[in-house]
Design a protein around this ligand. Structure first.
Ligand code: NAG
Ligand code: NAG
Ligand code: NAG
Ligand code: NAG
Ligand code: NAG
Ligand code: NAG
Ligand code: NAG
Ligand code: NAG
Ligand code: NAG
Length: 399
């Protein structure tokens, strides 16, 4: 009898606990008025939930504030999740679908800023519904928004979610140190313009692994101010490959170093592993390695392009580069174990500025034509270094 009473009391206690009833400091967007019908705009409800979440600390057992976005469809206007928060870590678990409204006038749809230890995960989907933006040409005054932006989010963890059809890039990391990204799926059509998968700038210690990215632009772009970026087991395609750059645009200074790209597969991409810098810029891209790369019908499998220009500014920049011979310095670049098929005749292209690409190292490269029997060649301009077991033969490298 006593035991039964105790159990009943315990049960009442457990079931009468507030929102954090499971001991995880848990909040659910539904409790803040969200309506998951795919039609109602939920920005206010999400912001209220965020405010509550951001103002609690983790408990003595280390349970961190958690926001549940359940398995329904939530329409969202542009929204800013602003930190710092009281807890050292904040968890947002997405089980449902988040849909972008069609009238976004900001640079980003969903902005996370100044949040330490943000964990964004779940099996849900973030859908930018970008198709109506892709048709606009940029001249018509429509600035396309990036779907997600993480600004000054240290110790960030992203995993599990599916990111679909962003109007522009799917996610940007800017001034984020200590980032782990895994198990993501990013999908947009091959012909959707500027839909980069992940754009990184001014960030360090960023790991990206076990993800599938197929878009209309770079799968991953590593921009100025980045170091210790590790990319492992990413499949890219369709898309423009994994790129360092472009660096030194508009005569700017960009620094990138200590980058490792390993065990990545490129399927029918426009580029495989690319370093692109613009004429007239300065800074460096150095100590970058690409290892265990598989290519399937890739247009430019290995490419360093120091004459990279975006659109109409190209001519002007080329003149500038001839006059100043300024360029981002490219050095200590390793390619180890790159195998597969090229969809263009030039399997390797090292097109460097006058001051040269220095210490390019190639080992165990085997790039053959996608079309059986066709020869593949390498192009070099102002590059030096070494090569062993490299097909096609790269004339500027000693080997
Ligand atoms: C979400 O709900 C849909 C249908 O309502 C179901 O098919 C799907 O499996 C659910 N997903 C999760 C993660 O529970
Ligand atoms: C990134 O990976 C390296 C090597 O696996 C590991 O030492 C480091 O802690 C990871 N960093 C983050 C932020 O996950
Ligand atoms: C990634 O997915 C695998 C397999 O589904 C799972 O075992 C692992 O825990 C996931 N990792 C993260 C960080 O979610
Ligand atoms: C590599 O990533 C894929 C998902 O793209 C995953 O299924 C696989 O388990 C990962 N491999 C390892 C060793 O984690
Ligand atoms: C390397 O990539 C292949 C092909 O995507 C994948 O199956 C394998 O699990 C990856 N291995 C590691 C250690 O990540
Ligand atoms: C890159 O690595 C080298 C060697 O470990 C180190 O000296 C340098 O400080 C690193 N660069 C950055 C920006 O952390
Ligand atoms: C090159 O970068 C790697 C990280 O990718 C780092 O471990 C290594 O120390 C760096 N080497 C030099 C010489 O900077
Ligand atoms: C290079 O790849 C081709 C096509 O897969 C293969 O036939 C050839 O044996 C490979 N060469 C080397 C040296 O591995
Ligand atoms: C490449 O050229 C630079 C500058 O001329 C030189 O310092 C370096 O030793 C050369 N590297 C190789 C591998 O020849």
């Amino acid at each position: 009898m006593k035991i039964t009473l105790l159990a009943a009391a315990a049960a009442i206690f457990i079931f009468s606990m507030p929102a954090n009833g499971d001991g995880r400091r848990s909040f659910n967007v539904m409790d803040f008025g969200a309506i998951g019908d795919g039609q109602t705009v939920n920005s206010q409800a999400f912001l209220k939930a965020w405010k509550a979440l951001c103002e609690v600390e983790e408990d003595e057992d280390g349970n961190i504030p958690t926001l549940e976005i359940p398995n329904s469809t939530f329409l969202l206007n542009p929204i800013k999740f602003q930190g710092p928060c009281k807890s050292n870590s904040i968890h947002i678990q997405v089980s449902g679908k988040i849909l972008a409204s069609k009238t976004i006038k900001t640079k980003w749809w969903i902005l996370f800023t100044n949040i330490n230890g943000l964990i964004l995960d779940g099996s849900g989907t973030i859908n930018g519904r970008g198709s109506h933006w892709w048709k606009t040409d940029g001249q018509s005054g429509h600035k396309k928004p990036r779907a997600l932006q993480f600004h000054r989010c240290d110790n960030l963890q992203l995993s599990g979610l599916t990111h679909l059809n962003s109007p522009k890039g799917h996610m940007g990391l800017n001034y984020c140190n200590g980032v782990s990204i895994s198990n993501l799926t990013i999908i947009a059509p091959e012909d959707s313009p500027n839909t980069d998968g992940i754009d990184i700038s001014y960030s360090t210690q960023v790991n990206i692994s076990n993800s599938n990215i197929g878009t209309g632009d770079d799968c991953i772009a590593i921009n100025g101010g980045c170091s210790y970026i590790n990319i492992n087991n990413v499949t890219c395609g369709p898309g423009h490959g994994i790129s360092v750059g472009s660096l030194g645009e508009k005569g700017g200074t960009d620094l990138v170093e200590n980058v490792s790209v390993r065990n990545c597969t490129f399927i029918r991409t426009q580029n495989g592993v690319r370093i692109k810098t613009s004429p007239g810029g300065s800074g460096y891209a150095r100590n970058i390695s690409f290892e265990q790369i598989i290519l399937q019908e890739t247009k430019n499998p290995i490419i360093i392009d120091q004459n990279y220009c975006n659109g109409h500014k190209c001519k002007e920049k080329k003149i500038l580069s001839v006059q100043t011979s300024e360029a981002v310095k490219v050095s200590d670049i390793k390619y180890i174990g790159v195998e597969g098929t090229s969809d263009s005749e030039e399997g390797i292209k090292l097109d460097c500025a006058k001051l040269g690409c220095i210490n390019i190292m190639m080992e165990q490269i085997n790039i053959t034509s996608f079309e059986p029997g066709k020869e593949i060649s390498a192009y070099c301009n102002n590059a030096n270094g070494t090569s062993t077991f490299t097909t096609p033969h790269v004339p500027c490298l000693l080997g």
